[in-house]
Write a protein that binds this ligand. Structure first.
Ligand code: NAD
Length: 348
């Protein structure tokens, strides 16, 4: 536990920040212009650690912190009044329990979409020009080009699934490369639909005609395993698949079969269905017991990153600022749905 006490004149709200990492502590400390008294806990919030919330009015929580009914009841009895989530999703929070115990909940609905879009492009370029392989090879004194033959994005067809904030940033960058865009979304955004190089199509056509397919839809029952054996069978042989959205959009077993058969030419994955077991932590001294993840890591045409697409200075600053803004509104007396970024059972 580490603390950042406010100057005496501002002794005010005490905020318990759970599941912290050094980079998070640094950015929160830097952007804490309100002089909040921040206390950083490396551990996650669970039933076992809920007692750490004693003496705090605000909990700052992340995706893996548990705020089920039992934890909500305990922390509210300890005096907590606001849960300030530093993420967009709130599936880990029992909103009905929060309402029952008078706990307000606020989140960070959006932050720099460029962070995720640019990481998608980084994966595309690294895959099509074999950068990781080339780097490893040159470091060993092997300067041959065999096996490094790439392709140009210019003139290729890029299928973009989901044209919300991140999808449209990706479209903008891909247009700069000279790609033709086949877009799919349940809502057709007029400004994009009006562009000469962008065409909204159905998923079938997108799968059949795209050289590169990247995903930017949320994980919902209807988008679960959007990439599966049937959809992979429709894709162009050698297609590149990029997923920086949510692991559950891709059926990993089907993806591995697609890579083995060559139908999928390469894959860039920042997210993975079972990522919560491994991602964000150092397992370099341990054995990876997840056989699907281990198999993915054996392909020389697959790049896996550990849910880092959001991880830019700009996005972290956005997250910190919105979190502090949410706390400021709470300090001003706003509660529940009155908070600009408030989430509650009734508002869903
Ligand atoms: P957004 O809400 O702006 O856009 C989502 C788009 O998906 C919208 O245009 C919506 O109409 C469309 N959509 C929703 N359901 C659909 C469906 N069933 N069929 C077709 N289209 C559908 O979201 P965003 O900010 O662009 O984020 C996209 C996703 O990126 C998020 O859901 C999240 O999973 C992921 N993400 C990943 C990271 C990371 O670090 N890897 C960071 C932030 C977000």
């Amino acid at each position: 536990m580490k603390g950042q006490d406010a100057p005496e004149s501002l002794q005010a709200l005490r905020v318990a920040v759970f599941d912290t990492k050094p980079y998070l502590e640094q950015i929160l400390a830097e952007r804490n212009r309100q002089g909040l008294a921040l206390t950083f806990f490396e551990h996650r919030l669970t039933r076992d650690t809920a007692m750490s919330a004693e003496g705090f009015q605000v909990l700052c929580a992340f995706v893996s912190d548990v705020l089920d009914a039992a934890v909500v009841e305990r922390v509210s009895a300890l005096g907590v009044e606001l849960v300030a989530l530093r993420c967009a999703g709130y599936n880990n929070v029992d909103l009905a329990a929060c309402e029952k115990h008078g706990l307000s909940v606020a989140r960070v609905p959006a932050y720099s979409p460029h962070s995720v879009a640019e990481h998608s492009i980084a994966l595309m370029l690294a895959l099509n020009r074999r950068i990781a392989r080339a780097h490893n090879r040159v470091r060993e004194g092997n300067f041959s080009l065999d096996g490094l033959l790439g392709f140009e994005l210019h003139g290729k067809t890029a299928g973009v699934v989901g044209t919300g904030r991140i999808g449209r940033c990706t479209v903008d960058i891909l247009l700069g490369f000279g790609c033709r865009i086949l877009a799919y979304d349940k809502v057709q955004h007029e400004d994009l639909a009006g562009r000469a190089e962008v065409e909204y199509v159905d998923l079938d056509r997108l799968f059949r005609e795209s050289d590169v397919i990247s995903l930017y839809v949320p994980l919902l029952p209807e988008t679960y395993h959007l990439i599966n054996a049937d959809t992979i069978a429709k894709m162009k042989p050698g297609v590149m698949v990029i997923n920086t959205s949510r692991g559950g959009l891709v059926d990993t077993t089907a993806l591995i079969e697609g890579l083995k058969s060559g139908r999928i030419g390469s894959a860039g994955l920042d997210v993975y269905e079972e990522e919560s077991e491994y991602f964000f932590e150092d397992f370099s001294d341990a054995i990876i017991t997840d056989d699907l993840l281990a198999r993915l890591l054996t392909f020389n045409n697959v790049l896996v990153t550990s849910h880092q697409a959001f991880f830019t200075r700009e996005a972290l600053a956005n997250i910190a600022d919105t979190t502090f803004e949410n706390i400021r509104e709470f300090q001003e007396g706003k509660r529940g749905p009155e908070l600009t970024n408030g989430v509650c059972a009734k508002c869903e």
